[in-house]
Ligand binder design. Structure first.
Ligand code: ADE
Ligand code: ZN
Length: 319
């Protein structure tokens, strides 16, 4: 039986499995530049974050209607439930859809159709986190936040993702101030490919409560000490780090050193359809490659609930 856990770093668009991509392409009359699901899977060899993002955005072309987003979320929730996920805080990238003429309402209403019935259908509670694309402008992010205003009862917080290097958190200062004023929780990807300074900026300028990835904090002992002292959660994604070559092999992953340093680490799947594993696959992979003890694995599962945006009562019920 997989350990009960919360998943805190999961891009719903990154759960699009090749089979569903082809099904949605046929349903919507979209032509994919791959002949078969195997040919598509062959393309899943990434050099870095950008080479992955190119395919990730290309495949989104098949997502067009509310029903597509509902089907996508239901497929993820079924898989997550089978892997012991009891609670999921799900990222989505509205700008990537709006740019293709698919509106905020289609995305949020479609996802909500699956999320609203998730506890009943899958035994998984959910929150939705709207992510801004950091390689787009701050003005575009502000317009996106504005477009989300009719749906804020469905959205718990905001995040920041896409190509990191050259797009420091400070670029989104005003957007995050506006989000905070709207009562939204704040997280951001930082220190995946970008330097430790981006993590510090995300904390000091954006006021984030969790850091997504945060891997490169290990280059700064002062930052590690701060993150450990303040119990700032890090949402690590080990299989993603190997596929995007931020670590050479899983055996080189700094997770054990991070736990030793007292960091509040969690283990998540990021874009599981692309990186070869869902939540528990990541737990199994780090157990096998890094020799983590059962006690450490239980600590990681416990951390996932502690670091979630569930309140204390909800946390107890889920965990
Ligand atoms: N969007 C989807 N997955 C991502 C990742 N790992 N880093 C940044 N942006 C992303
Ligand atoms: Zn991510």
């Amino acid at each position: 039986m997989p350990l009960p856990k919360a998943e805190l770093h999961l891009h719903i668009e990154g759960t699009l499995e090749p089979e569903l991509a082809f099904e949605l392409a046929a349903r919507n009359g979209v032509e994919l530049p791959y002949a078969t699901t195997d040919a598509l899977r062959e393309a899943y060899r990434f050099e870095d974050l950008q080479s992955f993002l190119n395919l990730y955005y290309e495949l989104m072309a098949v997502l067009r209607t509310e029903r597509d987003f509902e089907d996508l979320a239901n497929a993820y929730l079924a898989r997550a439930a089978a892997q012991g996920v009891r609670h999921a805080e799900i990222f989505f990238d509205p700008q990537a859809h709006i740019a293709r003429g698919v509106g905020m309402g289609t995305v949020v209403e479609g996802l909500s159709r699956a999320l609203d019935r998730s506890e009943e259908n899958h035994g998984v509670s959910t929150h939705l986190i709207l992510c801004f694309l950091r390689d787009e402008s701050a003005e575009s992010a502000l317009a996106t936040l504005d477009a989300a205003k009719p749906y804020l009862d469905r959205i718990i917080g905001v995040g920041l993702d896409s190509a990191e290097v050259g797009h420091p958190p400070v670029k989104f200062r005003e957007v995050y101030e506006t989000a905070a004023a709207l009562g939204l929780r704040r997280v951001a990807h930082a220190g995946e490919e970008g330097p430790p300074e981006y993590i510090t900026e995300a904390l000091d300028i954006l006021g984030v409560e969790r850091v997504d990835h945060g891997l490169r904090c290990m280059e700064s002992p002062d930052l590690v000490a701060r993150l450990a002292r303040d119990r700032v959660p890090l949402t690590l994604c080990p299989l993603s780090n190997v596929r995007l070559r931020t670590v050479d092999t899983l055996a080189d992953h700094p997770l054990p050193a991070m736990l030793e340093a007292g960091l509040l680490c969690t283990v998540n799947s990021d874009d599981p359809a692309y990186f070869g594993g869902y939540a528990d696959d990541n737990f199994t992979a780090v157990r096998e490659a890094l020799g983590l003890s059962e006690e450490r694995l239980r600590e990681l599962a416990r951390n996932s609930f502690l670091a979630s945006f569930l309140d204390d009562d909800e946390e107890k019920r889920a965990g």
